[in-house]
Design a protein around this ligand. Structure first.
Ligand code: SF4
Length: 382
C-alpha cells in the first residue's frame, strides 16, 4: 500500500442526475434534469476554484461517475473536458473513464465520445435479463445491455468494464451463471460485480420493511459469489479486488489508486476528495451546491485523518485486494504496536489458511474472500 512518496493522483467528477431511480440505490442523484446545464457550469466553477489542489502529483486518471454521466449531452461533455484542461495538466492521463448506462450508448452518443479523450467505459448493465432489470427499476432493457457493449467495441473503445449485480431476489444460481456466461462472451476486459445490498431510505428497503419482499438471502448471495469467482477464473479474469475482475491486467487504475491511498480530487455534489491526511466531501444537495458556487464558495466539509483512521483504511482496502497489506511498510508508517496488534488479530485466519503470508504481505486466500470485510473488521483499532 502506498502511503508516502505519493506522485500519482486522480480526478473524479460526480454527475448527480439519473433518468429514473433504481430501487436499491442510495447514491446522490436527482431525476429532475431541468437544471442540468446550470449544474455543469457550477462543476466547472468548482474545478477552477480547486485548481491548486494538487502539488507535485501527476494526474494520471480522470473518472466521470454518478449518477449517470452518460446523461450529459455533447455540449456539456466538451464544456467539462475543456474546464478540466484549463485548470489541470492532463498530459499524463492514461485512463479517462465515463460511467454509462446502456440506454444512453447509441451510435450517436458513442460517436460523440470518439472526439473526446474518454478511453474507457464503465457500463451499468447489472443484468442481461429483463426480469431482474424490471425488479431493480433500471431504465434499460436486456437487449440494450447486450447490444451496447458490442456497439462501443465496434467504434474502437477497447477498455470496457461492465457492472453486474448478484444476490437479487428470485435470481437463481442458473440465471446468475447465464449472466456471467453472457458477460464473458462480450468484448470486455473488466468486470465489477457487487452483491445487492439493502440501503436505508431506498424503495427496496421499504418494500422489505413492509413485508412486500422477502429479506435478501445470504446463502444465495454466497453461492452467486462462488460462481462468480469460478466462472471469472475460467474466462481468464483475475480477481484483483473482492468485487473487481480484470483480463490481461486491465485493472481499473482510478479505483486501484483509491485502494492504494493515492490522492484524488472529487468535484460535483456529494463528491469526496482525499489527501494523505485529510478527507473532504461536497454537500449532497444540488441546489445548495450551485448556490455556494454562484458566490465563489466551496460547499464542502473536511475531516483530519488520524493515524488510526489511516491504519483502519489501509487494513480495509488492502485486504480486499490481491496485493494484500505489506507488513514492513505498515510498520514504518503506523508503528510496531499497531502491526503487532494486526498480526495478533489475524493469526487465527492464518492458522485456518484463510490468510496467506506472501513476501511480507498478508493476503486473503481466494476461498475466504467472501469474508474479507469481516476479517478486516477484526483488525480495526477503535
Ligand atoms: S443509474 Fe446508477 S446512480 Fe442512478 S439510480 Fe441507478 S444505480 Fe443509482
Amino acid at each position: 500500500m502506498l502511503l508516502r512518496n505519493i506522485t500519482m493522483a486522480g480526478i473524479y467528477i460526480h454527475i448527480p442526475f439519473c433518468k429514473q431511480a433504481c430501487n436499491y440505490c442510495n447514491f446522490h442523484f436527482s431525476t429532475n434534469l431541468s437544471y442540468k446545464e446550470k449544474l455543469v457550469q457550477s462543476i466547472a466553477k468548482e474545478l477552477f476554484l480547486r485548481r491548486d489542489f494538487f502539488e507535485n502529483e501527476t494526474i494520471d486518471t480522470v473518472y466521470f461517475g454518478g449518477g449517470t454521466p452518460s446523461i450529459l449531452n455533447e455540449k456539456e461533455l466538451h464544456f467539462l473536458i475543456n474546464a478540466l484542461h484549463k485548470n489541470f495538466d492532463l498530459s499524463m492521463v492514461i485512463e479517462f473513464t465515463l460511467e454509462a448506462n446502456p440506454d444512453d450508448l447509441s451510435h450517436e452518443f458513442l460517436g460523440i465520445l470518439k472526439d473526446t479523450p474518454i478511453n474507457r467505459l464503465s457500463i451499468g448493465i447489472q443484468s442481461f435479463f429483463d426480469y431482474d432489470l424490471h425488479f431493480m427499476n433500471r431504465a434499460h432493457s436486456a437487449e440494450d445491455a447486450l447490444n451496447c457493449v458490442n456497439r462501443a467495441h465496434d467504434i474502437g473503445i477497447n477498455k470496457i468494464s461492465i457492472d453486474l449485480i448478484y444476490g437479487v431476489p428470485n435470481m437463481s444460481v442458473e440465471r446468475w451463471e447465464q449472466n456471467l456466461d453472457i458477460a464473458f462472451s462480450l468484448p470486455i476486459n473488466h468486470l465489477s460485480s457487487y452483491c445487492l445490498t439493502v440501503e436505508p431510505k431506498t424503495f427496496l428497503h421499504n418494500q422489505i420493511k413492509n413485508n412486500k419482499l422477502p429479506s435478501l438471502d445470504e446463502n444465495i448471495s454466497e453461492a452467486h459469489f462462488m460462481s462468480l469467482i469460478r466462472k471469472a477464473e475460467i474466462a481468464g479474469f483475475e480477481q484483483y479486488e473482492i468485487s473487481n475482475f480484470a483480463k490481461n491486467e486491465a485493472y481499473a487504475k482510478h479505483n486501484t489508486a483509491y485502494w492504494k491511498g493515492e490522492k484524488y480530487l472529487g468535484v460535483g455534489p456529494g463528491a469526496h476528495s482525499f489527501t494523505n491526511h485529510e478527507r473532504s466531501w461536497n454537500i449532497s444537495n444540488n441546489h445548495e451546491y450551485m448556490r455556494s458556487l454562484e458566490n465563489n464558495l466551496l460547499a464542502l466539509e473536511k475531516e483530519e485523518l488520524t493515524l488510526q483512521d489511516r491504519y483502519n483504511e489501509w487494513v480495509m482496502t488492502g485486504l480486499r485486494t490481491k496485493w494484500g497489506i505489506n507488513l514492513s511498510e505498515g510498520n514504518e508508517v503506523f508503528g510496531s504496536d499497531r502491526i503487532n496488534y494486526l498480526q495478533k488479530q489475524l493469526q487465527k485466519y492464518v492458522e485456518k489458511n484463510q490468510i496467506v503470508v506472501e513476501n511480507d504481505c498478508l493476503v486473503i486466500a481466494k476461498s475466504a474472500r467472501f469474508l474479507a470485510d469481516g476479517i478486516a473488521a477484526d483488525a480495526f483499532m477503535v
